[in-house]
Structure formats: C-alpha cells, structure tokens
Write a protein that binds this ligand. Structure first.
Ligand code: SF4
Length: 250
C-alpha cells in the first residue's frame, strides 16, 4: 500500500494537524478526536454508507447535501462515503463529494468495497481536490487501484490490520453514521440493529441527535471490531493514516 505525500497541507484535514504549527489549537482538537474516547461533543467524522444492494429507498440529492451541511455545522471535517454496488452507483455521489469539498473544505474519502470502480466514480475521484481526497480500499484489492495511485489519487487501506493493537476500535464518540435510507446508528458495525438506532435524518437535526444523552453513543463492549463491519470506519482510518504518514499514535 502506498500513500502519496500531500504537497499542500490543508488545515481542514485531521492528518495535517500534526504538521502545521499554525494550527496548534486544531491540533489539540484532532488529538482529542483520536485519543479522548470518553468525551461527547465535538464531531469530526461523517460516515455515509450508500446502499450495497441498491435496495434502500432513494434519498433525494438535496437531502444528502443537507446532511452534509448539518454535519459540518457541528464540526465534521471528514466525510467517508462507503460506496454501494459499482454496477449502478448513485449519480448524486458526485454532488455530495463536491459539495463537501467546495462548500465545507471537508476531506472526502471514497470507500470502495469492490476491486473495480464504476467509470463515473473513477472520474470523480480523479476530479476531486487531491489534497482533500482519499480512496479507501480493501487490503486484498490494493493492487487493482495502482493505476489510480499513479494518477495522483491517494489510496489508503479501508480496513487496516484488524488484529493490530494500533488499529483497535476508536469508538464512535466523534462520528455520525448514516445509512442509505437516512437512518442514524452509532457506527457502521451496528447498522440495522435497533439497539443502536439513533433516529432518521428526516426526524430531527444531527445536532439534536448527537447531543441527546438519552441515545446510545457507543457500541457495546461485547461488540468487537470485525473485518467486514468496520471497514471504512472514519476514526479507525484516520488513526491509521496518521500513523502511516506521521508515525503518530495515541
Ligand atoms: S465501526 Fe468498528 S472500529 Fe469503528 S467505531 Fe464501530 S465497532 Fe469501532
């Protein structure tokens, strides 16, 4: 696996907190995002999982842009989009990525579960601002994305070594997870489980949901990180990329 260096550090990227002296305050916040596992409040990551089977009711593109706006308003500066079926990816993924970057200067990670991207998605990942973009892929598929890496796309592992203690579960305190139907869960591993259901993007704001102490904001201790369910997890990936690029661990 290879990740190209970032020639133009950007303060909206948590990875850059470790190399930019002028962003000391944000560096502290970023370190908190990675290491303060118990405090609720600041949200750093928005994780959207688009339908892997193409069976969920479609959400209008404007609704997704609203979700991104709301997440940005409560502090999210990373967006991970787990792509669904590459035979027919949703057209609005293009608008979502550009909106996140152009409007909110978010770092956008496109997360592919498959070894091949739809041509539209391939064009998209090349067209995005490279200093604010990662393509996250499964470890077994890295060779399939070598040509994109050679075209300047930063390719990273979506699911770094599940049994490596440095890549243990970071817990979802700083994350908002939304599935393809607009349902919020504490994280991707427990998507679809009623016990971890937080509400719908159509019934309340992200701000209300993430700061509601009555709702679950973690995963049960009995839940352990799995290879499939945790792939693409933003805090996990951010920690791994920090370590890869800067040798930083918490
Ligand atoms: S997706 Fe996995 S690694 Fe991420 S917070 Fe949930 S259980 Fe932890």
């Amino acid at each position: 696996m290879n990740i190209s260096s970032n020639p133009a550090p950007d303060a909206s990227d948590p990875l850059e907190y470790f190399v930019l002296p002028r962003t000391v305050r944000r560096q502290v916040l970023a370190c908190s995002a990675l290491s303060d596992k118990k405090s609720a409040g600041d949200v750093f990551y928005l994780w959207i999982q688009l339908d892997p089977d193409g069976e969920s009711p479609a959400i209008a593109p404007d609704n997704w842009l609203n979700v991104i706006d709301e997440a940005a308003a409560i502090g999210a500066n990373w967006l991970v989009i787990t792509l669904g079926d590459q035979e027919r990816p949703p057209e609005h993924v293009d608008a979502m990525c550009h909106w996140a970057q152009d409007t909110h200067k978010m770092t956008v990670c496109l997360h592919s579960l498959e070894s091949k991207l739809h041509p539209m998605v391939e064009s998209l990942v090349v067209s995005l601002a490279q200093e604010l973009t990662y393509l996250l892929v499964e470890p077994k598929h890295t060779h399939a994305f070598e040509s994109l890496r050679e075209r300047g796309v930063r390719v990273g592992l979506a699911n770094p070594a599940p049994h490596d203690s440095d890549t243990a579960c970071e817990f979802p305190y700083k994350m908002v997870f939304v599935d393809a139907g607009g349902n919020l869960y504490t994280c991707g591993l427990v998507a679809g489980e009623q016990e971890f259901f937080l509400g719908s993007v159509f019934n309340g704001s992200l701000e209300q949901i993430t700061h509601n102490p009555q709702l679950p904001h973690s995963v049960a201790a009995s839940k352990e990180r799995t290879e499939d369910g945790c792939s693409g997890c933003p805090p996990l990936v951010a920690k791994y990329l920090c370590k890869e690029q800067h040798g930083v661990t918490d």
